[in-house]
Design a protein around this ligand. Structure first.
Ligand SMILES: NC(=O)c1ccc[n+]([C@@H]2O[C@H](COP(=O)([O-])OP(=O)(O)OC[C@H]3O[C@@H](n4cnc5c(N)ncnc54)[C@H](O)[C@@H]3O)[C@@H](O)[C@H]2O)c1
Length: 405
């Protein structure tokens, strides 16, 4: 039977980002006729039950099925069975904690599926090479969902920087900070294994590389543990890193997840860049738009990220739009495009066509394919080495493996 052009999607995870971004994106893609089967595999049936409550109007196949399994029975390998049964037109969304990405991505590539992974691609440079090798071996596709790359405030900087309008980068500064409930509640299971730098600072490490194309030369990082230890957590409150790049420019990224819980925005963030011919300054959270309601109080509203709007399409009620949606659906559309381009070809021809298309995307440089996502992985690993060593410099070898000085 001829393929109907719809991609069957398996989402692994079911936590915060799955609920806030991945599922709304995929439901919309399905309304637009692009998604076939939609399956979500979580660690246990309780998570599926919760998701059904969040999206009462949406149909999806959920595993483990709450009707068949005790809610608290963890089934960490269930995704494997579903990956094996996904068929020839499949995409896998990896939305599990960072430390689980590598295995799941490699297994999805081995099963012949295109992959969209939440950022960061993985935690260690050695793992990134494992993914790169698997992708090359299978002529596969892996997209890391660094959605700040789609923010027009960042795209504008890249566009004008790459055209030479700002001259050459000298130094820059970024901040990205979240409330205390993130390490103490949402991420309490893995906050100690991560840090605000590895979790969210990575966006700006990736962004500097995305904008300038520069590679990192040295990293030094500092961390503080003052508030969270008093609350029974051994995670860092805040981490700051200074990255020196190959042209001698320097970028300071400050991160924290101990901001006030009732902050008017969940993530405060922004960036400045000083160059030889001009400068850029942007608040990436406060877009000068707010609501005040009796129920919710004062709320900074970022209309650019991913928000629901009235749809202009007859018959469609809601249009989720913004850079979160654009980025999250980009990986999906790439997988769909690759499948269209190779439909009906012999395995050998399909591989060579996929190789050609992915090489053209790599050349274009906008997508965080594994070799691009590797840069922020290396900076994350270096920052962790530096902060744990009390602030020593970390350099990189030619393959971006970090070395403590
Ligand atoms: N792009 C962004 O800005 C952004 C924002 C938040 C999170 N993230 C990334 O997304 C990923 C998930 O983050 P989150 O905030 O949703 O975390 P989370 O802890 O809320 O969710 C992770 C989910 O994965 C599930 N899981 C763990 N092991 C599993 C297994 N073997 N099989 C199936 N499910 C399993 C957990 O039960 C949990 O529900 C992380 O890599 C994180 O860094 C990205």
């Amino acid at each position: 039977m001829a393929w109907d052009g719809k991609v069957d999607v398996l989402v692994i995870g079911g936590g915060m980002i799955c609920e806030d971004m991945v599922l709304p994106t995929l439901f919309q893609e399905r309304r637009r006729g692009n998604v076939g089967r939609l399956q979500v595999v979580a660690l246990n049936a309780a998570i599926i039950k919760r998701l059904r409550g969040v999206f009462p109007e949406e149909q999806f196949e959920g595993f483990p099925d709450p009707a068949e399994h005790p809610l608290d029975e963890d089934m960490p390998a269930e995704y494997r069975r579903l990956m094996g049964e996904l068929g020839d037109h499949g995409a896998v969304y990896v939305t599990t904690p960072d430390n689980l990405h590598t295995r799941m991505i490699v297994e999805a590539l081995e099963a012949g599926h295109g992959v969209v992974s939440m950022k960061p691609l993985c935690l260690k440079v050695a793992e990134a090479y494992e993914i790169i090798e698997a992708m090359e071996e299978h002529d596969g596709y892996v997209y890391t969902e660094y959605h700040k790359r789609r923010d027009r405030a960042a795209r504008a900087l890249r566009y004008r920087y790459r055209r030479g309008e700002l001259g050459e980068a000298l130094y820059g500064h970024a901040w990205i900070e979240e409330p205390k409930y993130m390490p103490l509640d949402k991420f309490k299971l893995w906050a100690e294994k991560s840090s605000p730098f590895e979790y969210i600072g990575t966006h700006y490490a990736d962004l500097y590389h995305y904008v300038t194309g520069l590679m990192p030369r040295r990293v030094v990082a500092f961390g503080q543990k003052k508030y969270l230890p008093r609350k029974g957590s051994n995670a860092y409150d805040a981490v700051q890193a200074v990255i020196e790049w190959e042209n001698g420019s320097v970028f300071w990224i400050q991160t924290s997840w101990v901001c006030a819980d009732d902050n008017a925005q969940m993530t405060q963030q922004g960036m400045m860049l000083q160059c030889t011919g001009g400068e850029y300054k942007a608040d990436h959270a406060d877009r000068n738009c707010y609501f005040v309601t009796d129920e919710g109080g004062y709320e900074h509203y970022n209309p650019n990220f991913m928000k629901p709007y009235d749809s202009w399409e007859p018959g469609e009620e809601v249009d989720w739009t913004g850079y979160g949606y654009e980025s999250c659906s980009q990986g999906f559309r790439d997988v769909q495009f690759l499948l269209h381009q190779t439909e009906g070809m012999s395995e050998q021809d399909a591989r060579s066509r996929r190789r050609e298309i992915v090489a053209s995307w790599r050349e274009n440089g906008c997508r965080a394919l594994p070799r691009q996502a590797l840069v922020a992985v290396a900076i994350n690993e270096a920052a962790r080495l530096s902060v744990d060593s009390g602030g020593k410099f970390v350099t990189f070898d030619e393959k971006l493996f970090p070395r403590l000085q």
